[in-house]
Design a protein around this ligand. Structure first.
Ligand code: ADP
Ligand code: MG
Length: 292
């Protein structure tokens, strides 16, 4: 590869809002066989909003949202922001939460009004042997519609579901189709539950779904695809995604990603669109063709 042609390619990419950190990444991008996309903030907008409140017997919507927002006030997770915003909109006054704990990939726990509260996914509920009863089927219905259901439990009993939905970016589907047209396999990776992940994947045409992946395991999943012989690109935006971006043959940080994601990436997609991945691949292939 001549330094001049690489400089030209890097310059061309910059016109598309694609910042390439090194010549090696530019040359590798055109060789990718598999691209792994993080779900939240990459395929979707990363701006979840509350879409459903399903109180258990003896609970009502306001009480459910009040306790959920009280515990989430201590969390920095995007899901927590959605719940706190919904409570604020309804002018709900939250209660103080003590002993707050974030449980990565599961949810949160705290003491609210002297009662032990858990809020998170089915895996968190199973770990604490919370009986979900009818709520399990309701959660399944919400997940099938691409919503993320979270369960609230108080003093060991299920209190209801708060569901959120995160809109899919308008151009994700078209950008994924472009990757397919270039012979690239597209996988989606997420900590979210399988049913929700599958519903999102169907809407955008992803080939393989890696769901319920714990934050610390995303890089291992990328490594497993590499061991299967793939040259793997990874696209993500979050702190969670940094090790997977570093593990990938080409790591892409997307949009208004966190500084940590951008630092761990070979390529930054400043326009926040997945079209940037297909553009980077096209520019890479054109650059490498010119070199030969
Ligand atoms: P991702 O980055 O893909 O969203 P996470 O590992 O952060 O995955 O979260 C996985 C799942 O754990 C979420 O879909 C949610 O069900 C649950 N969870 C994580 N953090 C919270 C939280 N603060 N409140 C409620 N649920 C949470
Ligand atoms: Mg994420």
């Amino acid at each position: 590869a001549t330094p001049i042609s690489i400089m030209v390619g890097v310059g061309k990419a910059a016109e598309y809002g694609i910042l390439i950190r090194n010549g090696e990444a530019l040359q590798q991008a055109g060789k990718l066989t598999t691209v792994v996309l993080d779900k939240t903030g990459t395929i979707t907008e990363g701006r979840p909003a509350v879409t459903a409140l399903v109180p258990a017997a003896g609970w009502d919507e306001t009480k459910l949202l009040t306790v959920a927002a009280s515990i989430e006030t201590g969390s920095e997770h995007p899901l927590a922001e959605a719940i706190v915003a919904a409570a604020k909109e309804k002018q709900i006054k939250v209660s103080p939460a003590n002993d707050f704990q974030a449980i990565a990939g599961h949810g949160v726990s705290a003491t609210v009004d002297g009662k032990k509260v858990l809020f998170g996914n089915a895996r968190l509920m199973a770990q604490h042997r919370i009986e979900l009863g009818d709520l399990a089927a309701r959660a399944g219905e919400l997940a099938a519609r691409a919503q993320t259901p979270m369960f609230l439990a108080m003093d060991g009993k299920a209190a209801g579901i708060v569901a959120v939905a995160d809109p899919i970016k308008p151009d994700s589907k078209a950008a994924i189709a472009r990757l397919h047209a270039n012979g690239i396999k597209v996988a989606m990776i997420t900590g979210d539950n399988r049913a929700t992940a599958e519903a999102v994947a169907r809407e955008v045409g992803v080939d393989e779904v890696l769901a319920e992946v714990l934050p610390g395991d995303k890089a291992d999943q990328v490594a497993a695809l590499q061991q299967r012989g793939g040259i793997v690109g990874m696209v993500g935006d979050g702190i969670n995604d940094a090790p997977a971006l570093a593990q990938a043959d080409v790591g892409f940080a997307i949009g208004t990603g966190t500084d940590i994601a951008i630092e761990s990436a070979d390529v930054a997609l400043m326009r926040g669109s997945l079209h940037g991945v297909a553009d980077a691949i096209a520019i890479s292939r054109a650059t490498v063709r010119n070199i030969k």
